[in-house]
Structures are given as C-alpha cells and as structure tokens.
Design a protein around this ligand. Structure first.
Ligand SMILES: C[S@@+](CC[C@H](N)C(=O)[O-])C[C@H]1O[C@@H](n2cnc3c(N)ncnc32)[C@H](O)[C@@H]1O
Length: 430
C-alpha cells in the first residue's frame, strides 16, 4: 500500500531537509520524493511510518502530516473552488474525526508548494473552513473553527497544541501547488514546550560562551548518521570535544546514545555535569550514559575512554561573541587563532575515528552587510584526513534552486539578531 506523508520543515529548511534525508537513509527507508517547496516535503512510501517516534527524533521538523488525496488544479482555481463539492459529513467524520464526539475543533492550514504570490490562496482557508463547518453543523455536530492569523497561511504548532486540535478534532492541511492541491491531515507536531525546557530550564547556562539550541544539536546528531546499534550501547558513544554547557551530549542522551564530552575549561565541565545530571533525572535516563573530562581538543586521544567513538558532533569554539558586526581585521585574527585549534582537533580525531565515521561540526561564519565571511581554512581541515559530505543528494540540490547549500557544501544556521552564524559541515573520516 502506498502512503504519502508531508513534513513541515523548520525556518532553516535546508538544514531540516538534510536532517530528514540523513534519518531516512539511516533507517534504510526507500521513498519517492513527490514534491518539495521550501518548508514542505512530500514523500511516498510503501509502509506506514512510526510518525510519533520520527517526530521526537527530528529537531528540524515542525509537523508531520498524512496526505489523503491529490487533486488537479487549473491555474486560476483557488483550493476552495477545487474542493467545492468534495467534502461531505461522512467522509469528514471518517477521514479526520473518527475518534471524536462532543464539540469539535477544526483548524485549517494552507502550505504553498510554489511561490505564494502566484497562488490564489490569500484568505481562502476561511472559505474552506466555513464550508466544512456548514456541512458538519448540518449533520448535527458542534464545530469550532481555528484559522491562522491574517498574515499567515498555516497554524503554528503552538496553536495546534494549545487548541488541542489533534485531541479534539483535526488540523486539515491543504498543500497548494501550481497544478495540484494535496489534502492532508496533521498527525504530529513538535513538542515545543519540551524543547523550551531543555533550553531554558537547565541549571547551568553560560550566556558568554553561547549555547547551541537543542533542536540544532539534535539535527547535527542526526546528520552524523550513527549506526542503529549504537543506541543504548555503552561501548559506543558520541563525542563532543568542545562540550561547553553540554547541549550536544544532552540531546544524544535523550536520543538513547552514550555521550562523552570534554572541554579545555574546568568550569565548562562543571556546568555540563550539572546540566546532564538534571537531564538524566528529568528524563529518567539509565546510569552510565555520559562521561566528562577536562582536555584540550588538540590532545584529546591521550585521555579518551577506551570505547568506540561512532561520531564527533560539536560546536567548536566560535571565538568572541559580537553585538555589532566585527571589523575585517578582527575576523581575520579570530580565524587565524581558531584555525590552529581546529586543525589540531581534527588531527587528534583521526587517532580514534575509523574510516567512514563522521565529524559534524559548527564553525563560525560572520554576517556582514556584504554577506557571510566564512572560515578560510576549510581545505586545510579536510587535508588532515577527511572528505566533506554533501548535505543533500546533488540531484535534489540541483532540482530545487531555493535550497540554501553553500558552494563548499555547508549549511548556515542563524537568527536575524546574530552577527556570528553557525556554518555546519559534515566531514567523513578517510
Ligand atoms: C561554543 S562553546 C560550545 C557550546 C556548546 N555547544 C553548548 O551548547 O554549550 C565552545 C567551548 O569550547 C571550549 N574550548 C575552547 N578552546 C578549546 C580547546 N582548545 N579544547 C577544548 N575545548 C576548547 C570552550 O571552553 C567552550 O566551552
């Protein structure tokens, strides 16, 4: 039986897409790419997916939907016209509302699958919503509609959760392309509250050093494509040699892996220890899942416990933080200092990483008015014994020009208010 699923990707959608492809490849899922536009990927698979498990694993996916139907659309026809006589009470009940009685809450979200300026969708979700409400009311149901705010086409995951749409009704999604409209329903949404707690409630937070958002740490771990056998196996581990406050190891533990963290700073190790003890209690994780020690990443192999390192996942030291755009000389000086650390660290990884294992690393990229200034020593890093892995298959990157992959095969993650962005690379040990 063929099934179609749609994934609503996060704001930095290329990074989220790379994560999805890495996870699919790791679980040996064969799929057909049906459609892709910026924040939405539609795939077709032969088997039912465990979407609840997938949703928890994916840092970069906001919602997972099941696509129920695909209808042809002429250029001028809005989705409400395409679906004018489509819905009836029986099918709505069967497809979307099989478990509900009492007052029903229905959310309507539109996702553009092409440039939204060329699609007749503004305000159209209201029309579909009222049509559905009318049909259900006539059949004796009590319905409350939840529609996106004026500016948006889709409901935020916060709204889907807070309005209990998945427990008390449904979110009906229309994925609207130039020639097709896909009708879908939301199956799961990202647990934004839990990510928030994992970020802001940790006991030791060091704003000076800066912390990786937990979602990004999770994405980076997924990009490392750990062998499935490493989950729960205490003889295998993920290593973060610039552990800071421990975000990467925290996410590794939650995902079932063992984590090893080291840092040149005693204070950082103390902070990471506090945070990881906290997460261990919060998530009731079994003992023996993490080890921490003080070490310079350039001389790491001397102190490492004797277990198999399946991947290095790390936000390497990024140099100073900035509140305004730094001067070119300052950028040059920072990169020079960092280059010595990075090269030393990559050389030390070679002593224990067997060929094929990955190093997923975030490096600083400076955002200036003229664009990003990237770390210039990337080839020197690769020459210490690695190649750089394409974050997405070349054919996908070529087919969808809106994907944001740099010419040097990296992905940039940042927020608008930051001057130091994170440039993420996947290296493979040769
Ligand atoms: C950007 S922070 C990592 C933040 C971490 N991802 C988090 O979310 O908390 C970089 C860390 O690298 C450490 N560091 C700097 N130079 C180092 C070196 N040569 N070896 C190991 N750690 C180093 C710093 O002490 C700092 O804790």
């Amino acid at each position: 039986m063929k099934l179609k699923y749609a994934f609503n990707l996060g704001r930095v959608f290329t990074l989220s897409l790379a994560e999805l492809f890495a996870v699919f490849e790791n679980m040996a899922l064969s799929f057909r790419l049906v459609d892709l536009y910026r924040e939405v990927l539609i795939i077709e698979v032969e088997e039912k997916l465990d979407v609840v498990k997938l949703q928890k694993t994916l840092g970069g996916t906001i919602k997972i939907m099941q696509v129920l139907d695909s209808l042809g659309r002429k250029k001028f026809l809005s989705p409400s016209l395409v679906l004018k006589d489509y819905f009836d009470a029986k099918m709505l009940k069967e497809q979307f509302l099989s478990n509900y009685t009492g007052k029903i809450q229905i959310g309507i979200s539109y996702y553009p699958m092409a440039d939204p300026r060329e699609l007749p969708i503004r305000g159209d979700n209201k029309r579909i919503g009222f049509n559905i409400k009318q049909i259900l009311t006539a059949a004796g149901y009590s319905v409350r509609l939840v529609l996106p705010q004026m500016a948006g086409f889709a409901l935020a995951s916060v709204v889907v959760t807070n309005e209990h749409l998945l427990e008390k009704g449904a979110e009906i999604d229309l994925l609207v392309g130039m020639e097709r409209v896909y009708l879908a329903k939301t199956l799961t949404v990202q647990n934004f509250e839990d990510y928030g707690r994992r970020d802001y409630q940790r006991p030791a937070r060091d704003m000076q050093v800066g912390m990786l958002p937990p979602k990004v740490a999770q994405i980076m771990i997924n990009l490392a494509q750990l062998p499935v056998a490493s989950s729960g196996n205490l003889k295998h581990a993920i290593l973060d040699p610039f552990v800071g406050s421990g975000t990467v190891i925290q996410e590794a533990l939650i995902m079932g892996h063992k984590g090893i963290g080291s840092d040149i700073s005693q204070k950082a190790i103390e902070n990471a220890e506090k945070n990881l003890e906290w997460i261990k209690n919060r998530y009731k994780l079994p003992p023996g899942r993490f080890e921490l020690f003080v070490a310079d990443a350039k001389k790491l192999s001397e102190n490492l416990p004797k277990i198999e390192i399946d991947a290095v996942v790390t936000e390497a030291t990024l140099g100073p933080a900035y509140g305004t755009s730094p001067k070119p000389q300052e950028i040059e000086r920072n990169f020079k200092e960092l280059e010595a650390i990075y090269i030393g660290a990559f050389e030390s990884f070679k002593k224990f990483l067997v060929p094929g294992k990955r190093v997923v690393v975030a490096l600083p990229a400076y955002r200036t008015e003229k664009g990003y200034i990237y770390f210039p020593g990337i080839d020197k890093l690769a020459k210490t014994g690695y190649d750089i892995v394409d974050p997405l298959p070349e054919i996908v990157a070529e087919k969808y020009p809106f994907l944001q992959i740099t010419a040097r095969k990296s992905l940039v993650y940042d927020r608008k208010d930051q001057f130091v962005s994170r440039e993420i690379f996947i290296f493979r040990s040769l």
